[in-house]
Design a protein around this ligand. Structure first.
Ligand SMILES: O=C(O)CCC(=O)C(=O)O
Length: 296
């Protein structure tokens, strides 16, 4: 089925929160331009790039990340070496606990926010075609209740060649879908129905944010650039007190990279306030929430 692209619908922070929440329910996502200060994105981008050396480094002319060796994706050997170093960056985790990020999440929850402990950094390297993030719903991957949502932040300007994030508008309205195995980040892809041919996608700028419903289908485009890599970060959140499935309390990929646990990640942190901040969260569950909703 041929895909048809339309631009992301742009929302503004000065719009009434009710209007924004209605749009979120209509499309399954909200896109804000320049919603996180560029300086903070730039600092995090530089910190992440520094731990990706020598595999990725700053282009001498543009200072943007470029690939030096072979392309790689999540779970490749190079990625397994650099990812624990990225995860150990205190400011990567703190990024999502700053007031501006929390305010964005609160637009969706309309209640105090719980930020999931698991934080994700994405590196899309060029020429790894077929291994980009397949179409999926986070409700499945995070076993989420229906009030969980995602926040995705562009750490740099991202154009059409660099593996943009693409949303399937309105796809959250049909619940959690069946999945099958797929190559690429996450390893599964969900069903797309025949009438769903229109996707929303745009070039985004450093500091642009996409908030998405746990059932909104999304995927990444392939990175077809010559050398440019794409860096973004994301996490999940819900209204404080909503059930959170227990695996979301682990570091991303802690389940498969030996020694990649909170204690090792925290070793060089300068502050203690965000260490194990979820320990007293009242609604940690090991019940399969997405499956339960699907069956309901
Ligand atoms: O940035 C990407 O490639 C994937 C992001 C994503 O799928 C997510 O945040 O759920």
């Amino acid at each position: 089925m041929a895909e048809h692209n339309e631009p992301l619908v742009v929302s503004r922070l000065d719009e009434h929160p009710d209007t924004l929440r209605e749009r979120f329910q209509q499309y399954g996502y909200l896109h804000f331009r320049n919603a996180i200060p560029k300086a903070r994105c730039e600092t995090l981008l530089r910190d992440i790039m520094a731990v990706c050396e020598p595999h990725i480094s700053a282009d001498p002319l543009t200072q943007l990340p470029v690939l030096n060796g072979k392309p790689f994706f999540e779970t490749d050997a190079v990625w397994d070496v650099v990812y624990p170093k990225i995860q150990a960056l205190e400011n990567f985790h703190r990024f999502f606990h700053e007031t501006d990020a929390l305010a964005l999440m609160r637009i969706v929850t309309n209640k105090p926010v719980f930020v999931y402990p698991m934080k994700m950094a994405r590196i899309s390297t060029p020429k790894k075609i077929g291994y980009e993030t397949p179409p999926h719903q986070d409700a499945h991957s995070h076993q989420a209740g229906n009030t969980m949502a995602g926040i995705w932040v562009a750490l740099q300007d991202i154009d059409q060649s660099m593996g943009r994030l693409k949303m399937l508008p309105g796809s959250h309205k049909q619940g959690v879908r069946p999945v099958h195995q797929a190559d690429g980040v996450g390893g599964v892809q969900c069903e797309i129905y025949p009438h769903e041919t229109t996707w929303h996608v745009s070039d985004v700028g450093q500091g642009d944010v996409i908030l998405f419903h746990s059932c909104c289908v999304h995927k990444a485009e392939p990175n077809t650039a010559d050398k440019a890599c794409r860096f973004s970060v994301d996490t999940r959140f819900c209204d404080y007190g909503a059930p959170v499935f227990v695996t979301n309390l682990e570091p991303h990929h802690g389940w498969r990279i030996p020694g990649h646990d909170w204690a090792s990640m925290y070793r060089d942190w300068a502050h203690d306030d965000l260490k194990y901040y979820w320990k007293d969260y009242p609604a940690i569950t090991d019940k399969l929430l997405a499956d339960r909703e699907q069956a309901a």
